[in-house]
Write a protein that binds this ligand. Structure first.
Ligand code: MN
Length: 368
């Protein structure tokens, strides 16, 4: 269905060949998920001919057994993949003048190799925008996978909260989460490195889990997600280990209020910029504006970060079917950090989160 849209776009734009090389784009159009590492992996789509997949020889059988129903051609490590691609194309069509490529992804050396086998062709058209626009609107099947990934994230929080005790390291808790996701849920990949941050580490938003040991009376921030059928989850919760200080509770409640307000405001018709402002205004008015140092949210789908970007200056009008995160944070250096994040889908009149772990400040008992 999406492939048909791509073919229609090629016809409308008078483009002969589309060369897709981002494995995520290829999976999006074919249903075949594969990471080729340094080898060549491409989807060739034509204005007037049948598309084909080109993969390393060792993936051909797997690709044929996948959801992809078109032709699959392979190459051995000692063959010239570019000449093979050219031969397959020339057998299909004589029209190869105008190409569309993924400029955000295609390496210069590979672009040059394509140019060498099609010296007279023009490669100026970029497909990236067309693809990211298509991917903005999720189908019900995609939303189903995003919900399943969200359920796994909710499970992961429970594992993480239960693993907190005095003296264990952030990295131990992150390891426990990832291990139990594999053991109990059969999760193959997390969508990014699980983040567990205790105390002042949480004021440093992208610091990975360290060997810092958990101590009583600090906030612990979790940011985690899984991949389910090729779709990502991404969610954050901040909990208190033992009684929080009044400052810790104050910034938690402000952040929660900001997140809740944005969830309630997210619906068709509001712009991304306005939505960011709904949450930001609450944090600014409470005096913590300088400590909310990132956009409100990002799109989610096959990539854990994709379009749309929910931020000031983005006048994109939010529409039904868009999926993104709402994740205000307050990070006070050397004091504490809080972030609360849910991803969800815009419905006809609101926003339906994919994660449901309770957001009332969870005060965990001190365990030794
Ligand atoms: Mn996120």
């Amino acid at each position: 269905m999406n492939l048909k849209k791509l073919q229609a776009y090629l016809q409308k734009s008078n483009l002969d060949v589309a060369y897709l090389s981002n494995p995520i784009s290829i999976a999006y159009f074919t249903g075949y998920e594969m990471e080729p590492h340094e080898r060549i992996f491409a989807l060739l789509v034509f204005k007037d001919a049948d598309p084909f997949l080109f993969t390393p020889a060792l993936n051909v059988e797997e690709a044929k057994a996948s959801a992809w129903e078109g032709d699959v051609y392979g190459y051995l490590d000692d063959e010239d993949p570019w000449q093979l691609i050219a031969d397959h194309i020339n057998k299909r069509t004589k029209e190869t003048d105008h190409w569309a490529i993924e400029k955000d992804f295609l390496q210069v050396s590979r672009y040059e190799a394509l140019h060498e086998v099609f010296p007279g062709s023009n490669f100026t058209t970029d497909l990236s925008q067309f693809i990211s626009h298509l991917r903005l609107f999720k189908t019900s099947k995609e939303i189903e996978a995003l919900k399943k990934a969200g359920e796994e994230a909710d499970f992961a929080f429970q594992i993480g909260f239960n693993a907190i005790k005095s003296g264990v390291t952030e990295r131990y808790i992150a390891g426990e989460i990832e291990n139990q996701l594999k053991l109990q849920k059969g999760v193959m990949h997390t969508s990014f490195e699980t983040i567990v941050q205790a105390g002042i580490n949480a004021a440093n938003p992208h610091l990975g889990p360290t060997m810092t040991k958990i101590k009583p009376n600090e906030l612990v921030l979790f940011d985690l997600g899984t991949m389910h059928d090729g779709y990502a989850s991404d969610s954050s919760r901040t909990v208190a280990y033992g009684e929080p200080t009044s400052k810790q509770r104050e910034i938690y409640e402000i952040d929660r209020e900001a997140q809740q307000a944005a969830i309630e405001a997210a619906k068709p018709g509001i712009t991304a910029s306005e939505l960011d402002h709904v949450a930001r205004k609450i944090i600014v008015d409470a005096g913590y504006g300088d400590y909310f140092i990132h956009r409100l949210g990002h799109g989610i789908g096959k990539d854990v970060h994709e379009f749309p970007s929910i931020m000031a200056g983005n006048d994109l009008v939010i529409q039904e079917g868009m999926c993104f995160s709402i994740e205000p944070g307050i990070y006070i250096p050397n004091v504490a950090g809080v972030r609360i994040e849910d991803c969800g889908v815009v419905t006809g009149d609101g926003f339906q989160p994919f994660t449901h772990t309770d957001k009332t400040l969870n005060v965990l008992p001190i365990r030794d």
